[in-house]
Design a binder for this molecule. Structure first.
Ligand SMILES: NC(=O)c1ccc[n+]([C@@H]2O[C@H](COP(=O)([O-])OP(=O)(O)OC[C@H]3O[C@@H](n4cnc5c(N)ncnc54)[C@H](OP(=O)(O)O)[C@@H]3O)[C@@H](O)[C@H]2O)c1
Length: 288
């Protein structure tokens, strides 16, 4: 299959799990595929695996740590130095933590990695997506957003932290971000969609100690494989069926309604302004 021959794709968090399977599928479809990973050794091993599995030698590693604004910006510079356009961006890197931990920038780690990471990455790479003529942005969210409401005065969960609550709110941010982004990109040939990949047996939550890790591990045999879990984001990244479709939340390759909360336009606009302020973005999409 060479549906993406001549195209350039970038997948974040692609050294394992759903991201790695996504990168394999895009590379197998012929795309020059960049994977953004924080660990050089794991990333280098993944590049070899993805090359082997896809039969495509054009797979490259870019170093990125989305829990650091400086490292995210350095990653943006590196990508812009390597390619002159980008056809597909899959914001996938994410994590779940069972305790409240702060990043080097002083933010709660899930909020910064899972939401501000997507926001800043997209901002930095938008000039490349525009240069492609037609491009797709795919934001990996989660059904865990359901039942959550955002407290814009406590985005870092200083007053209210819980592993599932704080994680779920970071995934609600992914949906707000996608809907607002799609609106702002109206009139351009760039689509932005988000999705729930399914409940997938990956490394997700496995770096945490205690009962959570044990429970997830016990459930692994009943979860989808990472390859099956990648299906919806691969569909959004390359299927002609979703050509021109934008501003939607997908599950099992179908557009579905996200939570009622996620359609609150005032909250999503405030989150956007807050995200600009926190990431130091003066004019979204200019890449600076
Ligand atoms: N698994 C599920 O059931 C499920 C369900 C709904 C949504 N999701 C979403 O799917 C996406 C992928 O998750 P997964 O299940 O494939 O989990 P995973 O196997 O743990 O993979 C997560 C990836 O994100 C990377 N990552 C985490 N923090 C990072 C950082 N600060 N900088 C750069 N990379 C970072 C990880 O790198 P390291 O290997 O270095 O940690 C890894 O490559 C996430 O956005 C998650 O929220 C998963």
């Amino acid at each position: 299959m060479t549906a993406l021959a001549g195209k350039i794709a970038l997948v974040t968090g692609a050294n394992v799990g759903i991201g790695k399977e996504t990168a394999k599928a895009l590379a197998a479809a012929g795309a020059r595929t960049l994977i953004a990973c924080r660990d050089a050794a794991k990333g280098a091993a993944a590049v070899e695996d993805i090359k082997r599995a896809s039969g495509n030698p054009e797979v490259e590693l870019v170093s990125a740590d989305f829990a650091s604004f400086a490292r995210t910006r350095a990653f943006g510079d590196e990508v812009r130095a390597r390619v002159d356009r980008l056809d597909v961006l899959v914001n996938n890197a994410g994590l779940m933590l069972t305790s409240r931990q702060l990043t080097v920038d002083g933010h709660e780690t899930m909020f910064q990695t899972n939401h501000l990471g997507y926001f800043l990455t997209t901002h930095l790479l938008l000039p490349l997506l525009r240069a492609a003529g037609r491009a797709r942005i795919v934001n990996v969210a989660s059904t865990a957003h359901r039942g959550q409401a955002l407290d814009l005065d406590d985005l870092d969960s200083a007053r209210r932290f819980s592993p599932l609550g704080t994680y779920g709110r970071s995934k609600l941010c992914n949906i707000y971000f996608t809907y607002e982004l799609a609106g702002r990109l109206k009139g351009e040939s760039i689509t932005a969609n988000c999705l729930h990949p399914g409940v997938v047996g990956t490394d997700f939550g496995q770096k945490e100690r205690g009962i959570f890790r044990a429970l997830v591990r016990l459930a692994h045999p009943f979860m989808m494989s990472p390859a099956a879990g990648a299906a919806t984001q691969v569909h959004l990244a390359m299927s002609p069926e979703v050509d021109g479709v934008t501003g939607q939340y997908f599950d099992k390759k179908r557009p579905v309604k996200s939570s009622r909360e996620s359609y609150d336009v005032a909250t999503r606009e405030r989150l956007w302004r807050e995200s600009e302020r926190l990431t130091g973005v003066a004019s979204f999409g200019d890449g600076a």
